[in-house]
Design a protein around this ligand. Structure first.
Ligand SMILES: [Zn+2]
Length: 320
């Protein structure tokens, strides 16, 4: 029976309609899920592969060895060649758009990296966010688009950071909602979900991953740290490493259950001005469905998998 639910953290409403995942599919040719194709370890035509550093704009940061724009790096940050912000034309929105190349390997998304490498990716995102906010940008938004269905245009796994001179509307809305609530809604959810049927992974209470009851899409997983602050850019190495480990484990489970599915990873963090009495947190969004006419028209998401069932499968994949 379809049910209307509201996310206690974001306030967004969703219709959970598990029966819909069983409906026959005849409108597509390739099946419902566009999965990442197997990719070779190196692609000579790829601008993010080692040896092709000159094909990106000059790098702004690296971890590893070697000089700028030469091989030897473990993680490399470069300006996006096609930025959504920045530039100096009239009416241009000020900001910076950067790509963090996750590793030299052409075919290893976050869950296929070894743990130190995955931690380096998240540390670089934090460091670049801190850099831009330290220079006066209003908000820094980290995210991962993995695979074409998730919005990636280059196959080589990478993360992105967009730093803005304005606070985006959804970030402002959440900050106002949290201020109104007068309590930490993320901490509250962590306490509630920890012992429940929707928990996916629990690192002794210090970190938790769960499938929210009002998940906006199937297999959606939320990850949070008990002791995190409001801003991702101010996270300690310890916190960054913990969330990288959680993300890697969650994405490994997602791959075990769904195969190599395209996905987004989205950090929710306060803007520089703050007003966000909550933890920062991270949502993992496998792209097994698309928002269609109803969702676009109404602002109501439809989730065709019961989140408790999704959590059970993801837990099982971890243990098995
Ligand atoms: Zn590549």
């Amino acid at each position: 029976m379809p049910e209307l639910r509201e996310d206690p953290i974001t306030g967004r409403r969703v219709i959970v309609a598990p029966g819909r995942s069983a409906r026959p599919r005849t409108a597509t040719t390739g099946g419902p899920v566009e999965t990442a194709r197997a990719a070779p370890g190196r692609d000579p035509a790829c601008p993010f592969c080692p040896g092709n550093e000159h094909e990106t704009p000059p790098e702004v940061a690296r971890y590893g060895d070697g000089g700028p724009d030469t091989p030897g790096w473990r993680v490399r940050a470069v300006p996006n060649l096609y930025p959504v912000v920045g530039g100096d034309g009239g009416g241009a929105l000020g900001g910076a758009h950067e790509v963090v190349v996750s590793s030299p390997a052409h075919d290893r998304p976050l869950d296929r990296l070894d743990p130190p490498q995955a931690r380096d990716v998240v540390r670089m995102l934090r460091d670049r966010a801190a850099y831009h906010l330290g220079r006066g940008r209003a908000h820094a938004q980290p995210f991962v688009n993995q695979g074409r269905a998730a919005g990636a245009s280059i196959a080589h796994p990478h993360a992105q950071l967009v730093a803005l001179d304005v606070v985006p509307p959804e970030v402002a809305r959440l900050a106002a909602r949290f201020a109104d609530a007068g309590r930490d809604l993320v901490a509250e959810q962590m306490r509630e979900e920890r012992a429940g049927a929707r928990a996916v992974l629990d690192m002794d209470g210090a970190a938790l991953a769960w499938c929210p009851a009002a998940s906006p899409s199937p297999w959606f997983v939320r990850c949070a740290l008990r002791d995190a602050g409001a801003r991702f850019d101010e996270a300690t190495d310890e916190h960054v490493d913990a969330i990288a480990d959680v993300l890697r484990a969650v994405l490994t489970s997602v791959r075990a259950v769904l195969g190599p599915v395209d996905h987004n990873v989205v950090v929710h963090t306060a803007a520089r001005g703050g007003g966000w009495p909550c933890h920062w947190w991270v949502d993992v969004v496998p792209r097994t469905s698309v928002a269609a006419g109803f969702e676009i028209a109404t602002g109501l998401d439809v989730c065709a998998v019961e989140p408790a069932d999704a959590a059970a499968s993801l837990r099982e994949a971890r243990c098995g």
